[in-house]
Design a protein around this ligand. Structure first.
Ligand SMILES: NC(=O)c1ccc[n+]([C@@H]2O[C@H](COP(=O)([O-])OP(=O)(O)OC[C@H]3O[C@@H](n4cnc5c(N)ncnc54)[C@H](O)[C@@H]3O)[C@@H](O)[C@H]2O)c1
Length: 316
């Protein structure tokens, strides 16, 4: 039975500032859902072009929500006012209720960024890693009791799950705060032990890597492998199309990290390595296992991956 939160903790979860470090695919979605829930959100993103993309994606999501009458214009304007973008962790708000790291899936980078974030003394410090063990990141911190994994899914505004990963040192109070924060977003959480790949990435990567190997072996076309998953098993989107949406570079990083922990069954197939080397990173660049003719509009700014969105249409 989780212990009740103190009033101060409740206030922090309910009203406190949220910091998101890394303004890419996940950063924008996480910023959106917290701004939607009424939090002031500061996003740290060092790359200027990426900051511009974030703003247009965020605005696109707002426009989509307005179009579908999911919010009023006044609410959309208030949400936009709650978003701040800064270039460096030096500009993080001090003592935020929650700070979430969403930089690329690389251990050394995440450790460095998390240390910088800890300097701003958030009440709860979280990583959105897909597969890196929390313990590996926690041992770079002065106070790992405040640290946990909060694994959101893409597109964040549509998918209802947040996987909470407790490290060995994570305190019960930190888990309670994170769970309460997820509840406030109207999402659901599961609590998972600190094993590489957690529950979700391990399942998802097993399917994705097998689908890529099937494509290499000439079993069927990319489109037909995806159709098999969708039409035979009612997956909302096939594993190759989903890989394009996630980003093949992200998939490759996760495969390498799972290979290191679980062995060769998670080794990245040659085709995945080659596609990343050729810059065919999926939806965000217009080409991956599939062609994405209009990458500027198709990335999932307003839940525009319709097949997936329809299946998970819980967006606020
Ligand atoms: N893409 C997905 O579907 C997905 C789903 C769940 C979890 N994740 C995880 O979320 C994390 C981010 O993934 P993504 O797809 O958003 O990556 P992304 O490459 O789209 O975005 C990462 C952003 O971090 C920024 N960045 C790099 N160094 C930084 C630093 N020192 N300080 C601040 N920002 C910095 C980059 O400029 C980039 O904009 C990864 O750990 C990934 O495994 C991704």
């Amino acid at each position: 039975m989780p212990r009740p939160l103190t009033r101060r903790e409740e206030e922090h979860v309910g009203l406190g500032a949220v910091a998101v470090v890394g303004g890419g695919t996940m950063g924008v979605g996480i910023a959106y859902v917290f701004a939607r829930a009424g939090h002031d959100v500061t996003v740290v993103e060092p790359v200027e072009q990426q900051r511009r993309t974030l703003v247009s994606t965020f605005d696109g999501a707002l426009a989509g929500a307005l179009e579908r009458a999911k919010m009023t214009r006044a609410e959309a304007e208030a949400m936009r006012d709650r978003l701040a973008l800064v270039p460096s962790t030096d500009d993080l708000p001090h003592g935020a209720a929650l700070a979430i790291e969403t930089v690329p899936e690389q251990v050394a980078l995440k450790r460095e960024v998390l240390r910088e974030m800890e300097g701003a003394e958030p009440v709860v410090l979280a990583t959105n890693t897909s597969a890196i063990p929390i313990g590996l990141l926690a041992d770079s911190l002065d106070d790992p009791s405040r640290f946990l994994g909060m694994h959101f899914f893409n597109p964040v505004w549509s998918l209802p799950l947040v996987e909470l990963i407790h490290g060995e040192a994570t305190s019960a109070a930190t888990i309670d705060l994170a769970r309460a924060s997820v509840d406030r977003l109207g999402k659901e959480s599961i609590l998972v032990a600190d094993v590489p790949g957690f529950a979700t990435s391990r399942l998802d990567m097993a399917a994705a890597l097998e689908a890529i190997r099937m494509l290499e072996d000439g079993v069927a076309s990319a489109a037909d492998i995806d159709r098999a998953a969708v039409l035979a098993y009612r997956h909302p989107v096939g594993p190759l199309r989903l890989s394009d949406i996630v980003g093949l570079d992200v998939r490759l990083d996760i495969a390498r990290s799972l290979e290191a922990s679980h062995g060769p069954r998670f080794a990245p197939p040659r085709l995945l390595v080659d596609k990343v080397a050729a810059g065919e990173l999926g939806q965000k660049v217009g080409r991956g296992f599939h062609d994405w003719p209009d990458p500027a509009s198709t990335p999932d700014a307003s839940g525009q991956d319709r097949a997936r969105d329809r299946a998970h249409d819980r967006e606020a």
